[in-house]
Design a protein around this ligand. Sequence first.
Ligand SMILES: [Zn+2]
Length: 431
Amino acid sequence: MPVEGPVVRDGGVLIRDGVIEAVGRERDLPPCDDAPVTDMGDAVLIPGLVDAHCHLEWALMGGLVPDARFGEWLGSFVRRTAEVTPADREAAARYGALMALRHGTTTLADSGPSGFGVGAATAAGLRAVVHMEIFGRDSGAEAREKVTRHGEAVLAARDAAGPRVRVGVSPHSPYTVGPALWAEVLADPILGAGSVATHVAESPDEVMLLDGGVGPLVDAIRSVGRDPARWPGGGPGVISRLDAGGALAPGLIAAHCVQVDEGDAAVLADHDVRVVHCPHSNMRLECGDAPIEMLEALGVTVGLGTDSPASAGAYDMRDEARWAAEVAARRGARPVAADMLAMATMGSARVLGMDDQLGSLVPGKRADIVAIRPAEDAPLEADPQLAVLDPRAKVVAAWVDGQQVLDADGAVLLDGPAIVAGATEARDRIM
Ligand SMILES: [Zn+2]
């Protein structure tokens, strides 16, 4: 199932030096006497899933922050996570990477305060972009100093990262990062030149905060002893304020983008800001539903992300694709499984600016491949993508750069039981 191009029956992929050399019917592939052959039986080969927005450090927060409207949820989340030690966040990140891999993700974009995603993704053999989060309303020399220190932390993380892991920055959101600090991030030669991700226009509460300085999100931020950031220019709405503040850098990865209209979409497209759809989290936190069809029609690149178990599922992109289909159906669109799978692969690869290397099985791209065994009674002939997204289908193997990183026994490069034991102890402490 190449995603780009038709489904190939009895297909095969020829890999050389980590790169896809040929895709087609197995018997039509070029001869490769020197290469070992792996027969996956009745499994379907798909491109490795690409999670364009997640938080590995919050892998153990599932069920610990009560569902509520966004502003109230955020207050609970900040209070709850403030108690989590760095060691427990590191154990969580390792567990999150294991979960992602077992669900067929081969590339993920992580955001977190500590950068523990770097070690977690490197150890698992995953491809990743880890965005180290920065917060604050600083301006002037204080902002420059904070950004310089953050750049040093990013450089140190890059030194520790494996060859498949890049390290970028995340100014967390417009309500936690003010325009002066955001501008310093973009102007910084280290941070501004790398990948930049954020959360934008997620909830009605965020709009109330930015437009009127009121609402439950203001109360939540004050309740933890801080003041919300404000963006005085532009408005109304989040996107026009960020635009007026110069925050919409080309290539910016913007998670959520629920509270957007057609004018906002045109601005996002003009600036090449890419959107990550997180439908499960948006539904749980009463944020609404991102207008994906409208964004795409106006030229915005859209991918898919799982966010974290604190507000959604556990790094399962096929589950998130089913949520995307669910919310699309509720808003009257007619979702088809092929489009959902394309958003979870090619769409997310475009969001990360890596679609020349990832997201489909075509010659010249990296050999990031997942094998999925459909349920025996799945409608494989009628709708193969639906059979792949069926929750009964099982991820049975994964390769990154042609290197097998998941097999029937679990993650090849990881000590899975040790990671689960570490996560169990951490979860006991967090609860
Ligand atoms: Zn998020």
